[in-house]
Design a protein around this ligand. Structure first.
Ligand SMILES: Cc1cc2nc3c(=O)[nH]c(=O)nc-3n(C[C@H](O)[C@H](O)[C@H](O)COP(=O)(O)O)c2cc1C
Length: 182
């Protein structure tokens, strides 16, 4: 069985998550093709037994190429197990309204694209204070303060729960194997 792992990223953390997912899926016995959703090349649905999309939230939405990919390929995606790893900071906020907003992003994506992704994992993302420019650093510090997150801008933070992600990937690997046997 071969799985397509596609990602979008702005700051690089979702690529790291996608690379981790690709390694985990390979370890569970699947062949894996990993590609950037902006440049999928030959890595397009229809040739794969499952598709895992990894996408971050920036300013309240997934990157446009993620939306376009779902619109373009929804018919092929509907034929195989398709899952989403939604990467955001709101999901680990100390504020329940922020968490509810983060949990609602996949439904908004469905509304825009007309494609329902049955399996979704919410992963907390990263705060890359050392890489942000001055204004982004101040904005992200302000958001993190409001969410009860880290505020020391002299460090980067990875808030992803890798063990929880691995449990999700294990379930997805099983779904792909089961669907391919059916
Ligand atoms: C400019 C900017 C805007 C962001 N906007 C949101 C947002 O609206 N909601 C949210 O939950 N997280 C937001 N985040 C957090 C990102 O989802 C998180 O940093 C993620 O790890 C980014 O993934 P990437 O490195 O693959 O781009 C934002 C981050 C940045 C830098």
């Amino acid at each position: 069985m071969t799985v397509l792992v596609l990602y979008a990223t702005v700051e690089g953390h979702t690529r790291k998550i996608a690379e981790h997912a690709a390694a985990q899926l390979e370890a569970s016995g699947h062949g894996v093709v990993l590609a950037d959703v902006r440049e999928p090349g030959f890595a397009i649905p229809g040739r794969f037994d499952g598709v895992l999309l990894c996408a971050p939230i920036h300013m309240g939405r997934y990157p446009t190429p993620v939306e376009q990919f779902l619109i373009d390929w929804k018919a092929a995606l509907a034929d195989v197990p398709t899952a989403l790893v939604s990467v955001s900071l709101g999901i680990c906020s100390g504020n329940s309204e922020d968490r509810a907003e983060a949990e609602g992003y996949p439904a908004k994506l469905e509304k825009k694209t007309g494609f329902h992704i049955a399996k979704v994992h919410h992963a907390a993302g990263a705060l890359k204070f050392l890489e942000y420019d001055f204004f982004k650093r101040m904005m992200m510090r302000q958001i993190s303060t409001k969410e009860g997150g880290p505020v020391d801008t002299s460090k980067d933070y990875e808030l992803t729960d890798w063990a929880a992600l691995d449990r999700f990937l294990g379930e997805f690997a099983d779904d792909v194997a089961l669907a391919a046997r059916a």
